[in-house]
Design a protein around this ligand. Structure first.
Ligand code: VIB
Length: 215
């Protein structure tokens, strides 16, 4: 069995729990209120700014030039999308502050890039690609036509063919890493993958709660 097939099976419960979140259900049927969506967009812009750096770090650690290109191009896309989101949804950039969940997620991913294993860091960034694609597909199926849907633009962004190709490429890189890795590294790759998958759940949940710092 490939690493990614195994990782997907092991985190099936997390994936199901994401569909059950009120935020995701509200996105699907268009009933999500604008305040929560705006909060989410602002946090996502902050998330993307840090995630882009994580991908750039992975690019710097890749030994295969094609893998380096893939991470570097993904870092570029991330920064471009981040700018668009900031422009459209974050009125006061200087005042925007990372939520506890946003900061925890990106800090965790950044920590993976400094622990000496390219394979483990690659496994950690994969849920961001893969879960989003799967949630995008799920939302598209549930929403039906996107014309006139309150969140149609957003749903369309993560259910397009170009994005699907990048998810396949990220999965192939992670599987290649796992093939050459010893057991303890594969174990750490699973740990990184499932932790990031849980953070994906937490990120939607934090948006629903419009999470803030306790003090
Ligand atoms: C919390 C959160 N998780 C995943 C994504 C999706 N995403 C962000 S960058 C990137 C790779 C380059 O497109 C992908 C798939 C998001 N936006 N926000």
């Amino acid at each position: 069995m490939t690493f990614t097939t195994d990782a997907w099976t092991r985190t099936a419960g997390v994936r199901t729990a994401i569909d059950e979140l009120p935020f995701v259900q509200g996105l699907a049927d268009g009933t999500l209120d604008r305040e929560r969506f705006t909060y989410y967009m602002a946090q996502d812009a902050l998330y993307l700014a840090d995630y882009g750096r994580v991908l750039a770090a992975l690019a710097s650690q890749a030994t295969d030039p094609d893998e380096m290109l893939f991470w570097a191009e993904s870092a570029r896309t991330t920064v471009v999308v981040e700018r668009e989101l900031h422009g459209a949804h974050v009125a006061d950039l200087a005042a925007a502050r990372r939520s506890p969940t946003c900061l925890a997620y990106t800090s965790y991913l950044a920590s993976l890039t400094t622990q000496g294993s390219y394979a483990v860091a690659a496994a950690g960034v994969l849920p961001c690609f893969w879960i989003y694609q799967d949630v995008g597909d799920h939302l598209l199926r549930q929403a039906g036509a996107l014309d006139g849907h309150a969140y149609g633009d957003w749903i369309g962004m993560y259910s397009d063919a170009e994005f699907a190709a990048s998810v396949e490429r990220a999965k192939a890189i992670v599987d290649r890493c796992a093939e050459g890795a010893d057991d303890s590294t594969v174990q750490r790759m699973h740990e990184a993958y499932s932790t990031a998958a849980r953070y994906e759940w937490m990120f939607w949940d934090a948006a629903w709660r419009r999470e803030t710092w306790p003090v």
